[in-house]
Write a protein that binds this ligand. Structure first.
Ligand code: ACD
Length: 137
């Protein structure tokens, strides 16, 4: 399946593993972590010319990332950190590297799209969290 086959589809979080540890490693406080652990965001990818839009919606925060592959952009994370991000597209995987200039931390997030799910693997320090989103009926 080509990546274009998933454009406009909506995927909702179903499984989350080690996300709390991942947020802790980023220094996210208890209250925000509780929110983060409680919500099931919905993810959608679209593309217009050479610009992609990746939106994540939840009752806690909505995040819209607009990017061109390989071009660094400024991003504010759901917990309010201002990072520099670059996303490259490798087959059906969006490979994101986030650099936080204030902490010096680097986070890597891979989102692999298939017909029925998105697998999100996110790492910082020695912590790796995995989140599985399933296609919405
Ligand atoms: C996702 C998770 C995206 C997580 C992004 C950054 C993690 C760092 C801190 C999280 C802080 C708060 C978490 C709150 C909500 C998570 C989802 C918000 C997305 C709309 O995309 O699955």
């Amino acid at each position: 399946m080509a990546l274009s086959g998933v454009f406009g589809k909506k995927y909702k979080l179903e499984k989350s593993d080690k996300f709390d540890e991942y947020m802790k490693a980023l220094g996210v406080g208890l209250v925000t972590r509780k929110m983060g652990n409680a919500v099931s965001p919905v993810v959608e990818l679209t593309k217009n010319d050479d610009e992609y839009t990746l939106s994540s919606s939840s009752t806690f925060k909505n995040v819209v990332l607009k990017f061109k592959p390989g071009v660094e952009f400024d991003q504010e994370t759901p917990d309010g950190r201002k990072v520099k991000a670059t996303i490259t597209v490798d087959g059906n995987t969006l490979h994101e590297v986030q650099k936080d200039p204030s902490s010096g931390k680097e986070t890597v997030i891979d989102r692999t799209f298939t017909d029925d799910e998105v697998k999100m693997v996110m790492s910082v320090d020695n912590i790796t969290a995995t989140r599985i989103y399933k296609i919405q009926a």
